[in-house]
Design a protein around this ligand. Structure first.
Ligand SMILES: [Zn+2]
Length: 112
C-alpha cells in the first residue's frame, strides 16, 4: 500500500515486502526516495514520528545539492609583496604630501 506524508510517498512494510533494514514485516515504512524509517534499528537520524531514518542504497543526494551546486573552492590570493626600499620612498613621499596641520602637530608633541 502506498500513502503520502507531506509530498513524499511511502509504503508500509509487509510480509511480502519486509523492512530492508530490520527484515521485519511491520511497523516500518519505505519512502519512494529510498529512505527507510525503521522502528527497530537505530541510526544517527532520528525521525520525529519515531524510529530512525536509513538509506540502505545510499542517499541520492540532497535537494539542496541540485538547487545550489557547490561553488568551486576559492583560490587563495597571493600576498602582495614590494621592495622595502621602494615602499620607504613611497611612504615618505606620501607623508611629505600630507603634512600635519599646526594644531595636529601641537597635539602630537604635547601628548608625549
Ligand atoms: Zn525496520
Amino acid at each position: 500500500m502506498t500513502a503520502t506524508s507531506g509530498t513524499v510517498r511511502f509504503r508500509r512494510v509487509s510480509r511480502q515486502d519486509p523492512c530492508p533494514v530490520c527484515g521485519k514485516p511491520d511497523w516500518c515504512r519505505v519512502f519512494d526516495d529510498g529512505g527507510v524509517q525503521c522502528m527497530r534499528e537505530a541510526s544517527p537520524i532520528v525521525c520525529r514520528g519515531g524510529g530512525w531514518l536509513h538509506w540502505p542504497d545510499g542517499r541520492a543526494g540532497d535537494w539542496r545539492d541540485r538547487v545550489f551546486p557547490a561553488l568551486p573552492a576559492p583560490v587563495p590570493r597571493p600576498t602582495p609583496t614590494a621592495d622595502p626600499v621602494l615602499l620607504d620612498r613611497a611612504f615618505r613621499a606620501l607623508l611629505a604630501a600630507c603634512p600635519l596641520s599646526p594644531a595636529h602637530a601641537r597635539s602630537c608633541t604635547s601628548a608625549g
